[in-house]
Design a protein. Sequence first.
Lengths: 329, 300
Amino acid sequence: MKKTRTGLLVAAALWVVPAVAWGQHKAEPDKSGDAQAGSADEGAAAEGADKGGGDKGAEGSDIPGGDEVPGTGEPLPGGAGLGDICQIDPQACPHLDMAKEAKKPLHEQIYAMQQLYVLRARRFEINPYWSFTLNDQFVSHPAPGIALNYYITNVLAIGANFNYYAPFNNDSKFNADLRRAARVAVPLTEYSWGAAGNFTYVPAMGKFAGFGDFIFHYDAYVVGGVGALSTRPVPIIDPDNRNFSYKTNLAFNAGIGLRIFFNRWFAGVLEVRDYIFNDKLENLSIPTTVKEQQDSANWYGDSKLTNNVQAQIGISIFLPFSFEYRLPK
Amino acid sequence: MRTTTTKTRTKATRWLLSAAVAGAALFGSTHEAQAQEILVTGPLAGAPAVRHLRLYRQGRFEVSPAVTFSLLDQYQRTIFFGARLNYNFTDWLGVGVFGSYGGVKIPTALSDHVQKVNAQRRAENAKFKQANNGAELVDQRLVDTNLGPDFKDQLGTMDWILAPQLTVTPFRGKLALFKNIFVDTDLYFFAGPAFIGVQERADCPANSCKGKYDRASRVAIAPTFGLGFTFYVNKWNAIGFEYRGLPFSRNTGGFDTRGGGKDKNFPDNAISGQDRQFQFNQMLTISYNFYFPMQYRVSE
């Protein structure tokens, strides 16, 4: 009973403690009253807001006058309040040459993007897309697909994606032209489905001003993972006897993508991804006897490392739709 | 007196209950945060989107040595070497010319495969011919119009490109890489007419193309368009990546594929302009840009 009470108390404590999105590291307390240059306001993208720079550095405020520093005749830095310290213990009295201090270069840490437009940490991303093949002039494999990602941090996500190719494989006219003109057959493959588990890393974020009028935010990411791709040869060398079934192949993938944010939870996505797998192709030669021709052991030829490079165009929806910054702007 | 079984069940129930409540607390409580909506009020209301914008392009010449790679080629890849010259009237509008020479041509694996089959067939045909009083294999006779001794010698090529073009740069911004490296960037679009030096198999009339596999040159005119990213390294240098489309018709393999039959969609034993097929030629360009004068202006 005691342990149950303890467990319930812990749970209640978790409910009570506010959970917030992490915006940036806690800044050092600002001693000046001036606005720091380079703050990324929505209405004005701050140019020149590089790390350590700024149009206006923080200026030191004047130390209110008061008692003198013992032995120097200079006014006490810190004002009248520090006079008491100097009277009690002259050794502890601060000795500051304010003119010299003012000339010192300031190296304040200013982030070019002080408050990211979109925080991805601890949010789910749903990314439906349409993909089309970029590098296969013999058979194209357009497919609808969907990716689901969970962002562990603001830049790292784990997820999975699925592509459905089966009804959309498209044998091009180029194959027939080549076979007819050169009497050369090229083995063809069609795909059924593909699925993979992936890691996504976002190394680059930025913003654009469009036509000098509006600002939109984007990020670029790299993705990689491993999964499966279900394929089978298209029988063109001996279609009378050969009838292939789909087989699942281990497939690695790697890609890059660009996301343009329309608001804080909705984005357009363009990605190029290479799915790499070992494809078993149709045997280019036909055995002499009918029995051998009908033996499925003679249907397959060489295996070939295949790169299926596809472009994916879609949208991203982030859930939950909103988030909270930990620190004020 | 409770039995051991009952004690164990009660203990398990308590743990499960605690875990379930804790899990619900963890997953149920974290995401109620509300985003801050930015209201542009006060001194920023009505202000332009960007102030003190570095005008990298306005009033400057741009000289960009470039390497261009052809994409998605059927029979032969081409690497072009050239440059882009632009004058930018404003930060968003410029006019210039792109010129490039196809210095490196690399046959694809398909071309190698076709030539391998071609060479084997010709060798078999030579033996058959010798043994049969000059008669040829049917396989060889059927390809005589289309395939010469070396397939690579009849491939269609793009030798040079010259394209005056207009460049529009509607998007200016910045990029943070690993939250440590910050660069100014822009995204631009371009379009214009392109003049392309093309080599492809020379025309020959019907039934007289056997043995005639030489190429002839011509200049094709086609639209060209695309988009590019520029990453500014410093005041007067930048790295550029550009995608270009160059759609026009050409005979890439030197084959007779059209001109006869219904709707002229079948071979006619002749090589002519009808055998040119529409190709959406695509290229990727990498450039290093120099801007003159070396100092940029800054907007208000």
